[in-house]
Write a protein that binds this ligand. Structure first.
Ligand SMILES: [Zn+2]
Length: 208
């Protein structure tokens, strides 16, 4: 990958888009109306639009290390609030991936400096599900399961916010937990049953 190629690639992309639709950039400039909010990992292998076959304008995207939804992270909370309240997205997706370096790091005993408080949130997911995880002898299977459970917990973190609770209750927003398998390219819907999870936790987290 040469950085100079990026600008050449960009010019070729512009030409290709205009060939397909001469008004492509006029439409792009007129505003956005995406149906999807995608919260994924910063990992360079897990792109948002490309793996779903979608285009610019289709997805409102937030990415961070290990696709975390942390209540005091002003960045992710601003993205969620803007997407749900002002863009009116219909689906919020948390997408993790097998082979996630952030999840792997959280499974190991190592002082990673400024990453420690971030990764501690994943360690907390491990602690919450330690009975299930410790019963898995195979390290890769345990690692994959923590990736999945982390996605589930981040979806629940979305449901702890007032803006998501409001939209979810009105039936205007659906939450989805997905995992991208970087070894096969497959996108997997974890089919998490949020209604039954909500029944269990709402007496604690209900805000309005
Ligand atoms: Zn990752």
């Amino acid at each position: 990958m040469k950085l100079a190629n990026v600008f050449k690639n960009n010019q070729e992309w512009i030409t290709q888009k205009l060939n397909e639709d001469p008004a492509y950039f006029d439409k792009m400039g007129s505003g956005q109306n995406p149906d999807l909010l995608y919260i994924g990992c910063s990992d360079s292998r897990v792109s948002a639009e490309e793996l779903m076959g979608l285009s610019p304008g289709d997805v409102f995207v937030h990415r961070n290390i290990a696709n975390m939804v942390i209540s005091i992270d002003l960045n992710v909370m601003s993205v969620v609030n803007y997407a749900v309240k002002y863009l009116g997205v219909k689906h919020a997706i948390v997408c993790g991936h097998y082979g996630c370096g952030g999840v792997k790091a959280a499974m190991q005993s190592a002082d990673l400096g400024i990453l420690n408080p971030w990764l501690r949130n994943i360690r907390n997911v491990y602690r919450q599900h330690s009975n299930e995880l410790n019963a898995i002898a195979d390290e890769t299977k345990k690692y994959n399961r923590l990736v999945e459970l982390n996605v589930q917990e981040q979806c629940i973190n979305l449901l702890k916010t007032a803006v998501v609770q409001r939209a979810y209750r009105k039936g205007e927003l659906k939450i989805h937990g997905w995992v991208f398998d970087i070894f096969t390219g497959k996108l997997i819907d974890l089919k998490i049953d949020f209604d039954s999870i909500l029944n269990r936790i709402m007496e604690i987290y209900k805000l309005e």
